[in-house]
Ligand binder design. Structure first.
Ligand code: SF4
Length: 451
């Protein structure tokens, strides 16, 4: 069975549910801005994940709608770290010492965390360790970097402080394609950065690549993949290109709803997937591939992203309790992003949640399903039943029947106790995910005014 041609494969990348555009200022919600100490009281805190967000980059890539700005070295970063330190103090106080507080995983993301200089990265690690109490050397620590900021001194700090995974956004090894994606870079700089990363003791290297760039062919895509493979990365993420509102590419492009472009991306996705599968990689999700013989650095298997809490620090980071997902204001346009960062760095009192969305039982089921079923291994039906007392077939009969009719589900999986996507279902992850959004989240996202 194949997917009907009317289903567009590239609708949205569901990396977190609900999306930030469904969040609202909590001051306008009944109950107002809740105190963090109340929010976290009664939550399990022995396997939290910690995320520190650095909203600075040296360039603004054409496809990027992440919360980040082009930074100037020095003063803004140092003021931002001062605020991060104040926020960390307030959040750690709010977690209290009534029950054990322990972090099972940590990540520095952005933006580009290595936009910070070596001394500033030391300070970032100190905030995670000394303020929050995370033991960075004993848990998985993932850090994002870019070719021009992955310098030897910064990487040395990260390796020494316990980084287990470094993820570098290369996007394309073909210079003309990098330019077309508005991410100008010299191939020699990319190679230099990869060499420096491989000279460290950091065990996992991830390389991000993008397909669907204007002018990209199967042949040039293969060139990028093979150049990446020469570094034997433990992980590769293959991202379809999106042209999102208000990003630099949006201003350049004639329109995103182009069937020929969908067809190009699907073709390159399949070619990339098959190329990696034939070279010793296994598929973890639509985007993620892992070298089958790579060492696993996930650490103790005790953080479950469907259920455990997350503490996000920084003005682009989200935090999750079992009832509320919260963050600060969100924007894409440069001036707006700058304004939000300035407001964050001027904040003295971080004791309350500012912007967010309460999630009820129905949303928890949707989130569990979304976070599990988009993984190639599928979702154990027993885990879902244990948590909710039901089966996903009872809770989402219409959606799952539709997915089945389109050939998106693996018919053999239920016999193994799993709900698992077929290979076609995985290819259509970015169409399938949004179909699991609740009507309320959909309405909130539609009503959001992008800025
Ligand atoms: S893709 Fe990465 S490096 Fe480029 S602007 Fe976005 S966060 Fe910065």
């Amino acid at each position: 069975m194949t997917t009907p041609q009317t289903v567009r494969p590239y609708q949205s990348y569901v990396y977190a549910y609900p999306h930030k555009t469904a969040y609202r200022p909590l001051a306008e919600v009944p109950g107002g801005r809740p105190a963090l100490s109340e929010l976290w009281a009664g939550e399990r805190k022995d396997a939290l994940s910690l995320y520190l967000h650095i909203p600075f980059c040296e360039v603004r890539c054409g496809f990027c709608n992440l919360f980040t700005r082009i930074g100037a070295p020095g003063e803004p970063a140092s003021r931002y770290l001062d605020a991060l330190d104040r926020q960390a103090g307030a959040v750690r106080d709010a977690l209290g010492d009534g029950e054990p507080v322990r972090f099972a995983a940590a990540a520095f993301g952005g933006g580009t965390p290595t936009f910070l200089e070596a001394g500033e990265l030391e300070r970032l690690c100190d905030i995670a360790e000394k303020r929050m109490g995370a033991d960075l050397r004993s848990v998985p620590l993932s850090v994002e970097t870019s070719p021009s900021t992955a310098t030897a001194d910064r990487l040395a700090v990260l390796a020494e402080r316990g980084t287990t995974r470094i993820s570098i956004g290369v996007q394309s090894f073909v210079e003309a394609e990098a330019r077309a994606a508005v991410r100008p870079q010299r191939a020699a700089d990319v190679e230099r950065a990869l060499g420096l990363i491989r000279d460290t003791s950091i065990p996992v290297l991830n390389i991000d690549l993008i397909y669907g760039i204007d002018g990209q062919t199967e042949r040039s895509w293969r060139t990028s993949l093979d150049t990446a493979l020469r570094w034997r990365p433990e992980e590769l993420y293959l991202y379809p290109l999106y042209v999102r509102p208000l990003t630099p590419l949006d201003r350049l492009s004639a329109g995103a709803a182009d069937p020929a472009w969908d067809e190009q991306r699907l073709r390159l996705y399949r070619a990339g997937r098959d190329h990696l599968l034939a070279r010793g990689y296994e598929q973890v999700s639509m985007r993620m591939f892992r070298r089958a013989d790579a060492p696993r650095t996930d650490g103790p298997d005790d953080h479950a992203c469907q259920t455990d809490g997350m503490i996000g620090l920084g003005c682009g980071a989200r935090s999750y309790t079992s009832r509320l997902h919260y963050s600060f204001d969100y924007a894409v346009r440069m001036g707006e992003v700058r304004g939000i960062i300035d407001a964050y760095t001027a904040t003295a009192d971080f004791s309350r949640a500012e912007v967010g969305r309460y999630t009820d039982g129905d949303e928890a089921r949707r989130r569990h399903l979304l976070q599990s079923v988009l993984q190639a291994d599928g979702m154990p039906l027993s885990g879902y039943r244990e948590r909710f007392g039901t089966s996903p077939y009872e809770d989402f009969p219409a959606e799952l029947a539709r997915f089945e009719a389109r050939g998106w589900l693996d018919a053999a999986a239920p016999a193994e106790g799993l709900l698992r996507l077929s290979s076609e279902g995985l290819a259509y992850s970015d169409a399938l995910g949004p179909e699991l959004f609740s009507p309320a989240v959909r309405a909130a996202m539609a009503a959001y005014e992008l800025k």
